[in-house]
Design a binder for this molecule. Structure first.
Ligand code: B3K
Ligand code: ZN
Length: 873
């Protein structure tokens, strides 16, 4: 198929105002009758044919205003239905199709998950249910009648409000749902099955009583409580932070175990991967609790940013995704620790989005062409998209930002919009010109900002020179300067921020870098300051500065900006690791870095009260961080060795402090997943991880003791993770024990897979292959595939990148196996190859061979073909 281009967007020739679906459930032959109220679009072409999208559909019959259409009135195939000469006035088209949910292994459209029926329609799954104008700018009011066996499907759900239920004879029953809010087809959902439910209520700020329901498999109701609490917290927060109120009588979340992604924001009926719903102290970790809260919030926030105001076309995906990620980040920051949230988001952004932006799959936040839209649900659209919103807010200020959001909701409610329409709201309220800012949406690649500074004691000036450039990316050779908000402080020798004076007047703390080079001269600077740059990570850029390690270490201790205290120590550690990698590769011993130990030791100081923050300080840059910093000729084994060396050095220097912290942080009371308690556990395991560095016996023994004595799943999993890094009898004992005790619970099995697949040990690949053949593994379940093969590919730098190429061949083999049955999951796994070009030559050759092998495969799915082609281009 031809690539789709933003420049070729045209409004639909027809609109659909109302949809009535009649769904007769059957495991292999579900009959769907759609009554569509159509009319010519005044903005479309005159006398156009009507072509509806389909995908793998079987047409049973079609009629216009009740008159059956004959085969020669139609041009029909599984992928489209065309009526050459439809009425040029409003009319009703009735179409009946047959679909087989049991055979639907792609998990798009209507499929089965553990005996229940469910749907996934974004981006283009509705066309696998019925022929439709399956594009987000066609908004209709939906009424859904579902009929099925009452014994098998006591629960029948769709979007909106329930209007009728009843018996349908022969053991069947039905339910009718009506959603008054016009929506695009991708937000349609249907769920039917025998499910347990937890119920609650929320009263909105306007006094609307909303029934809340979380549906889970029977027997798992007690694991739905945290999700329910998260729904209420999200509803409250959106009212307080954005003035957004919920708009139906019921809000439902359904947990399913077969799901291609995290969750889906269908109107009033969010469908979730059960991994992001189910939690109890015995089965979930602190990380799970936090993820559930954040993803429940994200999907709920889509009700306004995505559903009430949706996207005109899929190029505008970041309109809803970047904005909704920004909103969920702010929610978490308010619920937990703001600096910790910022640090972990920036860690995530750098490790996946910066990596994507630096490799062959780089694309703009708003892409201009796609071959397969499912491949554009990327860290660039989501996380960089969120950073762009954050910059916008930093640039125009919080009040103007909120005014712009209010205007956007007001002006565009009920519409399908573009980025330009969104940005126009902020231009209007702030009076600023956004034409240059819009380059953040169209230009791919991570801008690099080089900073040089100079202090003139005599003139009492501090001069900062900033030069920005963005590297070329596929299809974009020349780049223009973007608007980069630089939030900064000048920290004096007393650790206090100096007043910022520029041109005789108070200035900052945010400066916009708009040109290729910018010079800022600060005046009245009495003493040489340590500049704290890009506070709170004020722009998603790579910073290269001439700031000396001594100044950074000073900032690590004294900066008033907690993000930059963390960042300063990370920068010193990263510089050190880069030098160590060079040493390892030339057979030398890496140098010692006592000052880093001192910076890290602050994390374990009993006086540090925010343990989650301290745990971030204690965590060294990842192997991926080092690889990205190197950028080329990457040898993952050398990076692993250098990092291991540094960890051992930290253990030797900090031993007694680590031990003291570890013991001080031991669990005492009952488990609670709140942020402060989770922070204590995170810091405890950071200490344990260093105590066990290099496989030190005492540390291993403690990890084993923590595993055996754990009173909650967080301690147990974290202890197992530490043990898994080093070959030892304790490791094998704990892994076997975990399988024995928890192996029957699929979500816990996933944790066991993740731990083994990420181990940096030479036999990992054999184990992963063995586990794939074990009874708990099911290649049709995306959670199993992601936890075992996804983790091995994207979360195990040394073993995926084995010099013999076996890691690449293995992952490519699984991609080939999944290519036909679940192309979306197959294409996702290929993300492991996103940095293959930066590897050293031997590994690069092996990775390329694996990709070429895939490229030569017959019948490649659009999803896999698209990634392979771009990765090799
Ligand atoms: N909007 C969905 C993602 C759909 C992915 C389609 N391939 C979940 C989310 O971002 O909230
Ligand atoms: Zn989303």
């Amino acid at each position: 198929p031809r690539p789709v281009r933003l420049a070729e967007y045209r409004p639909s020739d027809f609109l659909i105002d109302a949809v009535e679906l009649d769904v007769m459930l059957d495991p292999t032959a579900t009959r769907v009758t759609a009554r569509l109220r159509l009319r010519p679009n005044p903005a479309g072409r005159d006398n156009a044919a009507l072509t509806l999208d389909g995908d793998d559909l079987n047409l049973v019959s079609a009629a216009i205003d009740g008159d059956p259409l004959r085969v020669d009135d139609l041009d029909v195939s599984p992928s489209s239905l065309t009526i050459a000469n439809p009425p040029r006035r409003p009319f009703e088209l009735t179409v009946t199709t047959l679909v087989d949910p049991s055979a639907n292994t792609k998990l798009m459209g209507l499929y089965r998950s553990n005996g229940a029926y469910c749907t996934q329609c974004e981006a283009e799954g509705f066309r696998r249910i019925t022929y439709f104008l399956d594009r987000p700018d066609v908004l209709a009011v939906y009424t859904i009648r579902i009929e099925g066996s009452e014994a098998e499907n006591p629960v029948l759900l769709s979007n909106g409000n329930l209007v009728e239920t009843g018996a349908a004879g022969e053991g069947r029953h039905f339910a009718v749902w009506h959603d008054p809010h016009p929506k695009p087809s991708y937000l349609f959902a249907l769920v039917a099955g025998d499910l347990g439910v937890v119920e609650d209520q929320f009263v909105t700020m306007g006094g609307r009583k909303v029934t809340l329901k979380v549906f889970v498999e029977h027997g798992k109701e007690d694991r739905a409580v945290h999700a329910m609490e998260s729904i209420k917290a999200s509803m409250r927060w959106d009212e307080e932070a954005f003035g957004r109120e919920y708009d139906l009588d019921v809000f439902m979340v359904v947990a399913v175990s077969y799901f291609n992604m995290g969750a889906m924001e269908n109107k009033g009926l969010n469908v979730f991967n059960d991994k992001y719903v189910l939690a109890s102290p015995e089965t979930a970790t602190d990380g799970d609790y936090a993820n559930i809260e954040a993803i429940i919030a994200h999907e709920y926030f889509h009700n306004w940013t995505g559903n009430r105001i949706t996207c005109r076309d899929w190029f505008q995906l970041c309109l809803k995704e970047g904005l909704t990620v920004f909103r969920d980040q702010e929610f978490t920051a308010d619920m937990r620790s703001r600096p910790v949230k910022r640090i972990s988001d920036v860690r995530g952004l750098r490790s996946v989005q910066f990596a994507e932006d630096a490799g062959p799959l780089a694309h703009p936040v708003r892409p201009e062409v796609y071959a397969e839209i499912n491949n554009f649900y990327t860290p660039t659209v989501y996380e960089k998209g969120a950073e762009v919103i954050r910059m916008l807010k930093t640039w125009i200020g919080g009040d103007a930002f909120r005014a712009g959001m209010d205007l956007y909701f007001d002006r565009h409610d009920g519409q399908a919009c573009t980025i330009e329409q969104f940005i126009a709201c902020f231009a209007e309220v702030s009076g600023r010109d956004f034409s240059q800012f819009l380059r953040w949406y169209s230009q791919a690649g991570t801008p690099e900002v080089r900073i040089a500074t100079a202090y003139d004691a005599e003139a009492r000036t501090f001069t900062l020179d900033a030069a920005q450039s963005t590297p070329a990316t596929p299809g974009q050779h020349t780049k223009l300067p973007v608007v980069i908000p630089l939030a900064l402080g000048l920290v004096g020798p007393d650790g206090r921020d100096m007043p910022l004076v520029v041109g005789g007047a108070p200035a900052g703390p945010v400066f916009a870098l708009t040109d290729e080079t910018t010079r800022i001269v600060f005046e009245n600077v009495e003493q040489r300051p340590a500049p704290s740059l890009f506070r709170n990570f004020s722009a998603p850029v790579k910073v290269v500065s001439d700031i000396a390690d001594d100044d950074l270490l000073f900032l690590a201790a004294h900066d008033s900006d907690p993000f930059n205290r963390w960042q300063a120590a990370q920068t010193v550690a990263l510089r050190h690791l880069v030098a160590s990698v060079a040493a390892v590769r030339s057979g030398r011993e890496p140098a010692d870095e006592p000052r880093l130990a001192e910076a890290l030791s602050r994390a374990f100081d009993p006086a540090e009260s925010d343990c989650a923050y301290a745990a971030q300080i204690a965590a060294l840059p990842s192997e991926g961080d080092v690889a990205r910093e190197l950028g080329e000729d990457v040898d993952p084994d050398a990076i692993h060795a250098a990092r291991g060396f540094l960890k051992s050095a930290m253990r030797r220097r900090l031993g007694p402090q680590l031990l003291a912290a570890y013991e001080r942080l031991a669990e005492t009371g009952p488990y609670s997943p709140d942020a402060a308690s989770a922070g204590r556990r995170a810091l405890k395991v950071a200490a344990l991880d260093l105590l066990a560095a290099g496989g030190e016996r005492d540390g291993i023994a403690r990890a084993h003791a923590l595993y055996s004595g754990a009173r909650n799943m967080t301690d147990r999993v974290m202890a197992l993770q530490v043990l898994s890094l080093h070959a030892s009898p304790e490791r094998e004992d704990a892994l076997a024990d975990f399988a024995r005790v928890y192996g029957q619970d699929p979500l816990l099995l996933d944790k066991w897979f993740v731990i083994q697949a990420s181990a940096p040990l030479p036999d990992t690949i054999d184990r992963v292959e063995t586990l794939m053949a074990s009874p708990g593994f099911d290649i049709r379940n995306p959670n199993r595939v992601r936890s075992l093969i996804g983790t091995f590919g994207a979360g195990n730098p040394t073993q995926f990148n084995r010099p013999d190429g076996r890691g690449y061949a293995f992952v490519a083999g699984v991609v080939a196996e999944l290519n036909a049955s679940n192309p979306q999951v197959a294409a996702r796994l290929l993300g492991a190859f996103r940095t293959w070009r930066s590897l050293e030559p031997q590994r690069r050759g092996k990775a390329e061979a694996a990709l070429r092998g895939l490229a030569d495969m017959p019948r490649l799915s659009a999803d896999v073909a698209d990634i392979v082609r771009r990765a090799l281009a």
